[in-house]
Design a protein around this ligand. Structure first.
Ligand code: PMP
Length: 307
């Protein structure tokens, strides 16, 4: 398995309206969100840049969180600027150094027995050092899952709802059991959707293709960045329905995600796609890693907001 073991979190978390030592950020066993998956979360990354520690596309991540709260009609009054300042304060309090993952979670905190959307919600945030999630030197071996991606009419994957990740966990479990690193899921129409926790791209004849938003995917912020960067490089990108067979026949397959970065895929099922990262995947990865100098406007400096 190429996945790195989890590291120790930073010492402070945001919990029940204040910054507390991480050991104190604990919920009751009766918490409704634990039982019914009534929550939404984000995954945001902090990078070391030549101007200091900076958060990648923070406003985009916050907008996606807010969209999720609204789509699911959670009783949480999402204040973009307030959440942004909380994240920046917590990052400063933790004195984050090195690549760091930020996990905000908005969950239904009531302790009553049945599943309801109306109720009380809390915001919790913690931070974790994370240099890489998958070993960048190894290609991912993935399999098509026999589990179907939960559809936008069941548990909408576009919302990053906590409950929807049972679907991802089942797919990863099945893949790991069969000796693969991760899984690709098909949607209700048997079109390719996405990786269990990352978006998917194929390269064929110098063109990039990625499943369209109506393929029950999460619209990844890294996915959006890949599309923008590729277009700026003059590489054509098409968002459309993708068939399973197209992956077997692709010149390159790669994944994108905040934790996964841009990770190449060596095998899909028992088919070898490539022995090393393909030229387009490599180029996109290089461009992605250079973004803090080429597009500093995508980064929010942590120290800039001190005070
Ligand atoms: N799809 C799923 C299901 C995910 O959980 C993630 C990780 N957040 C992604 C795609 C990639 O999204 P992003 O680039 O915003 O991290």
């Amino acid at each position: 398995m190429s996945k790195k073991p989890a590291s120790e979190p930073y010492p402070f978390a945001y919990f029940e309206d204040k910054i507390v030592p991480i050991e104190q950020a604990k919920v009751s066993v009766m918490t409704n969100a634990l039982h019914y998956g009534i929550g939404i979360f984000g995954g945001i990354k902090v990078f070391e840049t030549n101007k200091g520690m900076a958060i990648f596309r923070l406003d985009d991540h916050l907008r996606r969180l807010q969209d999720s709260v609204e789509a699911l009609e959670f009783d949480y009054d999402f204040d973009h600027q307030k959440v942004k300042q909380i994240i920046l304060s917590l990052a400063r309090k933790n004195n984050v150094k090195g690549t760091t993952y930020i996990r905000p979670l908005i969950y239904r905190s009531d302790t009553n027995l049945s599943p309801h959307i109306k109720g009380n919600y809390e915001l919790a945030i913690y931070m974790l050092p994370m240099s890489y999630y998958f070993d960048p030197n190894k290609g991912l071996k993935v399999m098509f899952s026999t589990w179907q991606r939960n559809s936008n009419k069941a548990i909408p994957p576009r919302t990053k709802a906590t409950g929807g990740y049972l679907n991802s966990a089942l797919a990863i479990h099945e893949a790991n059991k069969a000796g693969f690193d991760s899984a690709i899921m098909l949607d209700k129409n048997s079109d390719v959707s996405e990786g269990a926790v990352m978006n998917l791209f194929i390269v064929k004849d110098l063109q990039i293709v990625t499943p369209s938003l109506d393929s029950d995917i999460l619209e990844g912020i890294t996915r959006r960045t890949v599309v923008e960067v590729a277009q700026e490089l003059g590489i054509s990108v098409v968002e459309r329905k993708v068939k399973k067979q197209e992956l077997y026949e692709a010149d390159e397959v790669f994944f994108s995600g905040t934790a996964a970065d841009i990770t190449w895929c060596s095998h899909v099922d028992d088919i070898e796609i490539s022995k090393q990262p393909g030229p387009i995947t490599k180029k996109l990865r290089e461009q992605f890693q250079a973004l803090s100098t080429t597009k500093p406007e995508l980064f929010t400096l942590i120290e800039d907001h001190a005070g």
